[in-house]
Design a protein around this ligand. Structure first.
Ligand code: NAD
Length: 295
């Protein structure tokens, strides 16, 4: 069993760290927010006072942070955590960040004899809790194999997208599509309801027709249609709208870098920008509130 430092215990990182512990690994955790450490401690993690104390002597470092600036800040900034990690260790960054930021940290790690892969995830908080996430890995194939026992304890699908940064590119494409079909599903449901349909009946019809998609079928945004989704409890937890807006910004950067046209991605970004002015902290399925007629 491995000695692992886990940094970033939010909606995703918290349950992911618990699954590593359940698989028998020794996990030392760190988060800026003391409240985030409570569940990990109760689940058997040892809590470090600083990031440097978390990584001392470990073979693997896993990070699950909000955005590029947090990952660059942790590994390269002020106290530059890379300097405290033992050469020969493997860093697995599961955050969704800019491919260029990921490659920058990978190169800095390599210069210190530390291996690095990007391994952003798909599957949401339910997948994180159930240990059924999909990992989308960028980095050398042999490093993926080294990471496999850890990734397998937290997820069930492991994809190799290519070299460093490729995991991030694939994840960004996926999330742009997710934003588009979430907004599209919300729009279609609102249209049906405004024209007298029951949202559950309409969802059932579209899930069994050609409008079928993941948002409608497994993460329905209309309150009362499904249990155990953020729409069932006021859009608390889940995948924050502000994080989705961040990912749509990453898609815009990627499209600018490659000269690709992403008109629907731009439209989804404009919708989330508007939505985040008031509801950025709510799960991204709350985009339906932009469409719902207020009572
Ligand atoms: P979150 O905001 O719930 O958690 C982030 C955690 O990181 C917080 O506990 C915060 O205190 C901590 N943190 C920030 N900076 C830190 C630092 N320097 N050192 C230590 N801890 C620090 O976010 P989340 O929903 O867990 O998402 C994390 C990443 O996973 C994001 O990149 C997101 O885009 C991605 N993601 C989220 C979901 C989802 O459904 N929530 C799904 C797939 C991917």
């Amino acid at each position: 069993m491995a000695n692992i430092a886990f940094i970033g215990l939010g909606n995703m990182g918290g349950p992911m760290a618990l699954n590593l512990i359940k698989a028998g690994h020794e996990v030392r955790v760190y988060d800026l927010a003391p409240a985030a450490l409570v569940a990990a401690k109760a689940g058997g993690a040892s809590v470090a006072e600083t990031p440097a104390a978390a990584v001392e002597g470990v073979e693997f470092v896993v990070s699950m942070l909000p955005a590029s600036q947090h990952v660059e800040g942790l590994y390269l900034g002020g106290n530059g955590l890379l300097g405290a990690i033992r050469p020969g260790s493997l860093v697995i960054d599961c955050s969704t960040i800019a491919p260029a930021a990921s490659r920058k940290v990978a190169q800095a790690a390599k210069a210190l004899g530390i291996s690095f892969i990007d391994a952003p995830v798909s599957g949401g908080t339910a997948g994180a809790a159930a240990g059924t996430l999909s990992f989308i890995v960028g980095g050398a194939a042999e490093l993926l194999e080294r990471a496999r026992p850890l990734l397998g304890a937290m997820g069930k699908n492991i994809f190799h997208a290519g070299d460093n940064g490729a995991g991030q590119v694939a994840k960004i494409c996926n999330n742009m599509l997710l934003a588009i079909h979430m907004a599209g599903s919300a729009e279609a449901l609102a249209l049906g309801v405004a024209n007298g349909l029951d949202p559950s009946v309409l969802s059932d019809i579209m899930v069994k027709s050609s409008g079928r998609n993941w948002s409608l079928e497994l993460y329905n945004p209309w309150p009362g249609v499904m249990d155990k989704v953020p729409a069932a409890h006021g859009y608390a937890g889940g995948f924050g709208s502000a994080l989705m807006l961040k990912d749509l910004g990453l898609a815009a950067e990627a499209s600018a870098a490659s000269g690709s046209a992403v008109p629907l991605g731009e439209l989804a970004r404009a919708l989330y920008q508007r939505h985040c002015q008031s509801e950025g902290a709510l799960d991204f399925s709350s985009i339906v509130n932009l469409y719902r007629k207020k009572d």
